[in-house]
Design a protein around this ligand. Structure first.
Ligand code: FAD
Ligand code: MLT
Ligand code: ZN
Length: 559
């Protein structure tokens, strides 16, 4: 593109108009997440969750038949056809009896003990409709003391437990495998305090991320993480999965942003590490053990987290590139030229865009229908509107001149920005509408990251559609392989190839979603036997009866 044409394009498109905070209708003093009015200012935040009738109706693969045949002691065959995970119920666990239920009622009251079939059906199945357990009991504690009493009792009775947050996890970690008791943190959703000088939020684990975002934004801060599931996921779930998401490129991992945790151990001991200090080098920093441990080491009940200042100027650009190498060069150029204002660098291939247009209501391709293969969403956030705008425009102009960007638009208002984000954030939702999703979440050096997508297309041929998208700025590829129904032959073309290939690149088979049930037996592709053994020792130390989230995270053989 010529310099003149590029200049015209950039001039034609104005910057994103950022809504003034006062227009958001937030009260200054509202506490308690559940009561917050959520204002979807920038994006469409709510995602349909399993609690939604749409997901209750959806059936995938064999799970309905599986469910009706499901008995506590049989070998469990689940999800992607016959090659799927086969796990024997651990006979060391007790089966629930009426005395147990009476005990739970005595500590939680009738409302905190759910045996209703419909509610259990929702809590037993994951967001994708891919994993289904057969729990007969859902507990809803309202305090750390109640969580402690539940775990202490379950530990003495050898009742297995699954901690559950918003149930948006994508690796089968949040639902039971057999008859484990589900302990939902949904009733623990209070904000405890907010230090508006240092931007430190202290809250209970069951606060919904979107509600926390709305709360801190009203105080002039933002949450250090953001993800498409924010309307349903809990902060406790985010911490337990060490969720990455869309702001990782700017604010980094939760290991850096979480200041303190309160955790209840398997035997009911409450571990109070709920400090709000920025610096504390007194001994081992135990909170890190629980960040990303997926409910296998303890139940997170309280969190204090550092929230960055909210900056007034945001711009979002939606760009197309002709080839993958241009995306890589664009990332490097964005890092060099946008520097401190770069707040998101997300990537999608043309299959994602087609899918989003087919399945997401009301979204539009911001760019004319074209043969472009790759799309990049860049967001900048800064403190000086005219400086930020000039910086982004100059960057885009240069990128066009250099041939890195084929075409592009900058959002001119909130609704355009929302549309851009909706396309990127809606890919998971659009994927599940196709039928079966074989979902992989890989960390791979950026220069190699798209090779696996192309190889996978060759392997599966016309049997499935392969999507490549993700957080390019973090070297995190999401590889979704879609087909109308689960098929062992397709799975055999994908696995173990996808894990072997990733391991050969010294990548990670779980960048941000965790291992859950899906990849518990695959950990060795990314971790040495010594590291896995040490993890098993830690698990045995903290949870000697292995009641917490059984069959997940670690291979059965090491436990
Ligand atoms: P759940 O799904 O309920 O649980 C997840 C795991 O954490 C389970 O193992 C569970 O046992 C454990 N757990 C939950 N709460 C607690 C607790 N209080 N104490 C101990 N253990 C607990 N993930 C990303 O990293 N980045 C993304 O960009 C992203 N985008 C997503 C977009 C969509 C549309 C969807 C559906 C999911 C997305 N995810 C993403 C995955 C998911 O949202 C995250 O893993 C999220 O952090 C899970 O939170 P949750 O509250 O739903 O936890
Ligand atoms: C995303 O980045 O969109 C998520 O991690 C969810 C997904 O890959 O499905
Ligand atoms: Zn992601």
């Amino acid at each position: 593109m010529s310099r003149r044409a590029a200049a015209r394009l950039v001039r034609r498109l104005g910057p994103l108009v950022v809504e003034a905070p006062a227009a958001r209708g937030m009260s200054d003093t509202q506490y308690g997440c559940a009561n917050h009015t959520v204002n979807s200012r920038r994006r469409f935040h709510w995602i349909p969750s399993p609690q939604h009738p749409q997901y209750r109706r959806r059936t995938m693969g064999t799970y309905d038949a599986e469910h009706s045949a499901n008995k506590a002691s049989e070998v469990h065959k689940r999800t992607f056809g016959t090659a799927a995970t086969h796990i024997q119920r651990n006979p060391a666990y007790s089966e629930l009896n009426s005395d147990d239920v009476s005990y739970f009622k005595s500590i939680l009251g009738e409302n905190g003990v759910v045996q209703d079939e419909d509610r259990l059906a929702v809590a037993n199945v994951d967001w994708m409709g891919k994993y289904r357990g057969a729990s007969q009991l859902l507990l809803l504690p309202k305090s750390t003391t109640e969580v402690s009493k539940i775990l202490s009792y379950c530990n003495s009775r050898r009742l297995a437990v699954v901690p559950q947050g918003g149930n948006t996890g994508l690796v089968g970690g949040s639902v039971p495998v057999y008859d484990e008791v589900i302990v939902s943190l949904a009733g623990m959703d209070k904000i405890i305090s907010f230090d508006n000088v240092n931007g430190i939020l202290t809250c209970e684990a069951g606060c919904v991320l979107e509600n926390l975002s709305a709360f801190v934004e009203n105080e002039g801060f933002i949450m250090p993480l953001d993800l498409g599931a924010k309307g349903s996921c809990h902060i406790g779930g985010n911490i337990s999965t060490n969720a990455g998401g869309l702001r990782f490129i700017r604010y980094g991992s939760l290991h850096g942003n979480v200041l303190g945790l309160e955790v209840v151990l398997a035997n009911g001991t409450v571990l109070d590490m709920l400090t709000t200090l920025r610096k504390d080098n007194t001994g081992y920093d135990l909170k890190h053990l629980f960040i990303g441990s997926e409910g296998s080491l303890g139940v997170v009940t309280g969190i204090s987290v550092l929230t960055p200042a909210k900056l007034p100027s945001t711009n979002v650009a939606f760009l197309s590139c002709n080839d993958y190498i241009s995306c890589q060069k664009l990332l490097l150029a964005a890092r060099r030229n946008l520097g401190e204002i770069l707040s998101a660098f997300e990537f999608m291939d043309d299959h994602c865009i087609d899918l989003a247009m087919r399945h997401l209501e009301g979204v539009q391709n911001p760019l004319p229908a074209s043969p472009y293969k790759f799309y990049v969403l860049i967001e900048t956030t800064g403190s000086d509107e005219s400086y930020d705008k000039a910086k982004l425009e100059a960057f885009l102009l240069r990128s066009m001149e250099d041939g890195l960007v084929a075409d592009g638009v900058i959002a001119q208002d909130i609704s355009q920005a929302s549309n851009f984000w909706r396309i990127r954030e809606g890919i998971s939702e659009a994927s599940v509408k196709v039928g079966a999703v074989y979902k992989y979440d890989l960390s791979i050096p950026v220069e190699k990251l798209y090779d696996i997508v192309e190889e996978m297309r060759c392997r599966v041929g016309d049997n499935a559609e392969v999507l490549g998208y993700g957080h390019l700025g973090d070297g995190n590829l999401h590889l979704n392989i879609l087909s109308s129904k689960y098929d062992d032959n397709i799975l055999a073309q994908i696995e173990p190839f996808v894990y072997e290939w990733t391991s050969a690149q010294r990548g990670s088979i779980s960048a941000e979603h965790g291992l859950g049930l899906m990849k518990a037996e695959k950990i060795h592709y990314s971790k040495s036997p010594e590291a896995v053994q040490l993890m098993a020792s830690i698990k045995k130390l903290l949870d000697p009866n292995s009641i917490l989230n059984p069959y997940k995270v670690l291979p059965q053989s090491v436990l």
